[in-house]
Write a protein that binds this ligand. Sequence first.
Ligand code: URA
Ligand code: SF4
Length: 191
Amino acid sequence: MTLNEVRAACNVCTQCPLSVTRNSVVFGVGPEKTPVMFVGEGPGQREDEQGVPFVGPAGKLLDEMLSIIDLSRENCYIANIVKCRPPQNRDPLQTEQDACIGWLRKQAALISPKIIVCLGRIAAMRLIDEGFRITKDHGHWVQKGGIWFMAIFHPSALLRDLTKRPDTFRDLKSLQAKIKEVCPDFYNNLE
Ligand code: URA
Ligand code: SF4
């Protein structure tokens, strides 16, 4: 299957009850092949309206964070653990994550990132370690199945708590260094 075929199948998914309340499936955005992938938690209201991840206030901040290290929606991939909005923006339930995670796996298999950055606790608990403590463990690199994983604070948390921003700046610089280490050509090939 191609990424577009996976997207088309995901767009009509009814594997969990979030399909009942969603307006759009928010599959993901970015190039079909890229070494860097970001994974958030799930769509919010704006994302549900537009079908695009991270387009609300947190998304605007995410774009600014990416630009600090010359990343953008054109050169890295952005997706979520669940593709449909949980009502009232509650955390996605374990059962919803279990139902949806196969889409992310298919996506990642095709995009084949060398680095996956979890945005916030929910993604980190799902993709790195179920005991992940974002306050303590953000910025730490772990390698699993040939992919480097790291988590940073969710941009929504950075909107609420400015004191977390210096740590996140350091984590972004660490990401930049990891990109240079594992994909030495990445920055050379950006126009
Ligand atoms: N928060 C997320 O985790 N994902 C989005 O797509 C938007 C906000
Ligand atoms: Fe399907 Fe995921 Fe949406 Fe649930 S959240 S309906 S599993 S795409």
